[in-house]
Design a protein around this ligand. Sequence first.
Ligand code: ZN
Length: 120
Amino acid sequence: MSTRDLRQNRKLRALEEALEQATAIKDTVGAVSSGVSGVREEVRELGRVVHVLMTLLAEKGLLDVEEIRRRLAQEATSPTKPVEAAPHPVTCVHCGNKVMSNTMVKVGADRWCQTCTTNL
Ligand SMILES: [Zn+2]
């Protein structure tokens, strides 16, 4: 095989590799695009649910739509940080004693008092 043939073979292999990479990228872009379409539809559905809920609650006089609009506009310009609930008395699901929420320990899906978690 001549030097020219070797060079052409190397170029051919490089082109084949580039084609494989381009195909892989195209497949990835297709999958991402499909995922984005799904999320877009879910967001639209959530928007419809929120709209129906707001309409129903406003019709029953249970919602101040203008206040919500004002707060949404405010949130868009200066988002507020989520507020943690202040400590409050809660009942331990294990022993039934009332203790402050900030002293509870999460055990699976339940919240136990420290005494119960210590005596496990
Ligand atoms: Zn307890």
